[in-house]
Design a protein around this ligand. Sequence first.
Ligand code: ADP
Ligand code: ZN
Length: 608
Amino acid sequence: MRRMNPSALDLLQSVFGYPRFRGQQQAVVEHLCAGGDALVLMPTGGGKSLCYQIPALLRQGTGIVVSPLIALMQDQVDALREAGVAAAFLNSSLGAEAQREVERQLLAGELNLLYVAPERLLTGRFLSLLERTEVALFAIDEAHCVSQWGHDFRPEYRELAILHQRFPAVPRIALTATADPRTREEIVERLSLQQARQFVASFDRPNIGYRVGLRHNAKRQLGEFLEGHRGESGIVYCLSRRKVDDTAEWLAAAGIEALPYHAGLDAATRAKNQKRFLREDGVVMVATVAFGMGIDKPDVRFVAHLDLPRSIEGYYQETGRAGRDGLPAEAWMIYGLADVVTMSQMIAQSESADERKRVERQKLEALLAYAEATGCRRQRLLGAFGETYPEPCGHCDNCLAPPKTWDATVPAQKALSAVYRTGQRYGSGQVIDVLRGEETERVLSLDHHRLSTFGIGADLDEKQWRSVFRQLLAAGLLEADAEGYGTLRLTAASRAVLSGGTPVKLREDARPERGARRRRDSQLVVGGGSLGIEAYEQSMWDALRALRTQLAKQLGVPPYVVFHDATLLAMLRALPANEDELATISGVGEAKLKRYGRDFLAVINAPG
Ligand code: ADP
Ligand code: ZN
């Protein structure tokens, strides 16, 4: 699609159907159009793609997009074609014939955008092809793949500096959602982006609500949580494959469209489940962390964690898969003492002078601090990435219902001293028995009933003690052994508590509320879920979604390639009567208006 010098804003409206730029998009677009290099750091869902797609359309030649995820290219290219953009991809999934055709289009200057896998880009053949082509820009997506320290390390990414040497006049833009300043430095260095202007957005995801709770009965708690998300897409993360299978089975038996995903399933099953998650509305994926890299489904309404993830970054990345479309979404997590012991063990294991381990340790500690926080979660989360969020956010669980704290200095002293007296060789179960004065066989056989600490903690019940131990571990006042037996030991910080120098304040763990389920039900319109669809709107909403699914099936694309939830929701609220009104809705560009306008208007204006 070549036009007579349209402005960036014209393209945003006519091609993508959006009325205005978001955040720093416009500044990035202008910088690239003027020939500058850019490094763009924006959270997931921030709108990174438009930062290079629009300049590629505005500048002469083809925009070359390097993307590490073959599975994603297809969907991205489908979505662009739906919007009327001449886009294609080159990767190993194409047959020889199809590859030659794409190369022909490239040389003939027929493409606005070409997505290519890094290993393909770096071949001599492709580079010389590029030398005979007019290149509008190079976009390096998921640029954090250059980082050897990250989970997504891709060695070929390190070779991409060659683009700068071979094509010095072509502007380059590197993009990532990784907030870590260390990674940013690595990208600059590895990709020779020292001259690039940096655009760093806030990593806040304002549409995500954060909730963290203690695990009492995982299934019941998950069931109650999902009641607020009926018919919605979401991801439930578990630590182990077994738990994934078990949870998925249980949910399916409860009538929820739930599918498992983990590395232990064969490739065909994984691909099939992933496809259903992407292509159907309202599928819940129960998964290990093996799932998610490159899932850019925009309408994931919730991400649930049934175990603590392995680091604050992992948590941010995983929860970040919710709500890419900007509509309300929820990040929900439950965890227990056992998770904290495991974490503490991992921290102990990583106790080494080496820089990398020190960083890992900080990330683990940051996650524990986040989970146990009594203040605003958002402030904690962003704080872990060096960002200051000025005021409490007002819509995380701690802001909505500030947890009560209590002075636990004396119980903490008792707990630490019981750990010490039993020789720092036991787990919390045994130490709690000693504190509570339980004459169990083990206590008697170990002579623990003769200790001075035996029975000094009978005033708290077992649950309260578990809460105390969990929080002492999380606060680094106790640590678990590196060997993995769950043995507790004092730390350097424990002394100050034992001597009475440091007071200890702990949060009062909320008790699982009876009847909580009933109350929630009456607050929620059934099916209302996160998007707040009212009962009277439900049938229209269902009809719009059904039409979208039908069109998507015909085209063989995911439903969101036809229209996003945000666009359907805007239709539902505005009820456009004709094409002119439909065209004003965000997400309805010229090509889509022409293709789908009539069908959607027919549904909206159907009698009854
Ligand atoms: P990222 O790659 O940063 O995760 P995307 O580029 O996929 O984000 O954009 C996230 C979502 O926001 C997409 O659904 C996209 O269509 C939408 N979006 C991007 N820019 C705008 C805008 N200016 N106005 C409205 N929606 C936008
Ligand atoms: Zn908050």
